[in-house]
Design a protein around this ligand. Structure first.
Ligand code: ZN
Length: 351
């Protein structure tokens, strides 16, 4: 089967999705956006009690139910205290690299529904004031969020609605280049969300049916490790679409490629399902633009599902991404290859 894919749709959808705020566990806005986007394609979204969003698509066979997932949540921050000068002490939601968010603007989501713009700063924030501005380690204890408002005291910050437990989204700072490269925060995992949405669009427009009944899942707790911890009992295969890596242990991986994750920080994925994904890559992807990986510094919702003793096989693959959990970089080619692999898997190629 040939898989013609529109790169511009993927870039546009990624752009739309990264602009919707969804730091770990803060799902109202992204649920509203996803529900509307899916409704335009004719799908009905539903959620479980854990706020994972789903779409169900009937397959040619109801012999089993497979699940493909992409997480909606992004790394972010939560307010843990307010300093006397009105700056906010924070705690990370997910694996924040504080050095990579210094100076970035952000949005504080208050518990009463208000929002306040902020900026992540080092407490020694100006090189013209503190020599340590150049040498301080960037950590939770040396950095804070400064509200972009006339705030000089904790009372001023509280008057704007900020409290302990307010959640902070880091601005995506999206840039698409004419040559197909994209630089943005939160490519992890919104590039995969874009791919699954394009797969759903293709299924709706073409009238094609996947090989088996399929659940598309969009969890909101991946960045803290348990987005896929619970999976509906009907699911016997859970395949996560998530970023893959570029670096010394990732031979053959660059921003143009898709990686099949064979093992990660939690251990190996299912042997046979992973071999099926490799066969799908062989059949559907451009030669030289796919590889196998061991992502030992991170894990996915599929392995969260696996290790939380759901009765299923797990697998994972996704677009290679540079500068992860910072301003990330990928090329639309990698999204295209990821979608080719995804369509092949869903259509039952490689089995
Ligand atoms: Zn991810």
């Amino acid at each position: 089967m040939s898989h013609e894919i529109d790169p511009q749709y993927l870039i546009d959808t990624l752009h739309e999705c990264v602009e919707v705020e969804s730091p770990v566990g803060y799902y109202p806005e992204v649920h509203a956006w996803l529900r509307e986007t899916l409704a335009e394609m004719g799908y009905e979204m539903f959620t479980d009690n854990k706020a994972t969003a789903y779409v169900r698509v009937a397959g040619k066979s109801a012999e089993k139910c497979v699940c493909v997932g992409a997480h909606l949540d992004t790394i972010g921050l939560v307010v843990r205290g307010i300093n006397d000068d009105g700056t906010l002490r924070v705690r990370q939601l997910g694996g924040i690299n504080y050095a990579s968010i210094e100076g970035e603007t952000c949005l504080v989501h208050c518990r009463d529904g208000r929002t306040v713009a902020g900026q992540v700063i080092c407490n020694h924030h100006s090189v013209h004031v503190w020599a340590e501005a150049k040498t301080d380690a960037r950590t939770e204890d040396t950095m804070s969020v400064s509200l972009v408002a006339d705030v000089a005291s904790a009372e001023d910050a509280r008057a704007l609605g900020v409290t302990e437990g307010a959640v902070i989204g880091i601005d995506p700072h999206f840039e698409a280049f004419d040559n197909g490269y994209v630089v943005s925060r939160h490519i992890d995992d919104k590039a995969s969300v874009a791919v699954l949405l394009d797969v759903l669009r293709w299924l709706a427009e073409s009238g094609e049916k996947p090989a088996y009944d399929t659940l598309f899942a969009f969890p909101v707790y991946e960045e803290i490790g348990h987005g896929g911890a619970w999976v509906p009992a009907e699911v016997s295969e859970y395949v996560a679409l998530d970023i893959t890596l570029i670096g010394p242990d990732y031979a053959g991986s660059d921003e143009h490629s898709v990686g099949v994750i064979c093992s990660d920080a939690k251990g190996p994925y299912d042997w046979e399902l992973t071999n099926t994904l490799i066969a799908c890559a062989e059949s559907a992807c451009t030669p030289g633009r796919w590889n196998t990986q061991v992502c030992f510094h991170y894990s996915t919702d599929a392995n969260a599902a696996y290790t939380h003793t759901n009765d299923l096989r797990s697998g994972a693959f996704g677009m290679a991404c540079l500068n992860t959990h910072g301003r990330e970089r990928c090329h639309v080619d990698a999204l295209v290859e990821t979608e080719r692999l995804c369509r092949a898997y869903l259509m039952g190629e490689g089995r």
